[in-house]
Design a protein around this ligand. Structure first.
Ligand code: ZN
Length: 156
């Protein structure tokens, strides 16, 4: 699938493995319904991590976030409004890695939106120091909506 090259952080990091954005897009396309409408492009952030197993092979693992609306449907409203943030995809990915035995190292972290400053960013810097990030959308520097940016970079 044709995708644009994401932004690197730090800027001098090596190029993003193209499989990461490709597999994030493929994940969106194969859902039922596909997560390719503006609503779903805006409501979901897909993350794809490149890692090395202990046999020296590279793999990509893809994770979406859990949306607030879906959590409320499943568990009821949160006790406090603060808790209604949903589970961010990077946090879900990190939780998957925490339970794996065959992972030798994480090489690259792609997330459609830059990991959030509040929680995922500091968390990833602490748990995966030196692992470069790649992203398409950063609310601090890009004035458009995330859905509009994703529609363009994914050629949807
Ligand atoms: Zn986050």
């Amino acid at each position: 699938m044709a995708v644009r090259i994401p932004v690197s952080y730090p800027a001098w990091s090596g190029p993003c493995n193209v499989r990461l954005p490709q597999e994030a897009l493929a994940y969106r396309v194969r859902q039922n319904p596909p997560l390719t409408t503006l609503e779903y492009l805006g409501g979901f952030n897909i993350t794809a991590w490149l890692y090395l197993d202990k046999g020296g092979h590279q793999h990509v693992i893809v994770n979406p976030n859990v949306r607030i609306a879906d959590l409320i449907r499943q568990f009821g409203p949160a006790d406090t409004p603060d808790a209604e943030v949903g589970f961010h995809s990077e946090f879900i990915a990190a939780e998957w890695f925490r339970t794996q035995r065959d992972v030798a190292g994480v090489l690259q972290i792609f997330s459609e939106r830059i990991p959030c400053r509040e929680r995922c960013g500091p968390f990833l810097k602490r748990c995966y120091p030196g692992v470069p990030w790649y992203y398409y959308y950063d609310r601090m520097t890009i004035p458009e909506k995330p859905a509009t940016v994703l529609k363009r970079v994914y050629n949807l």
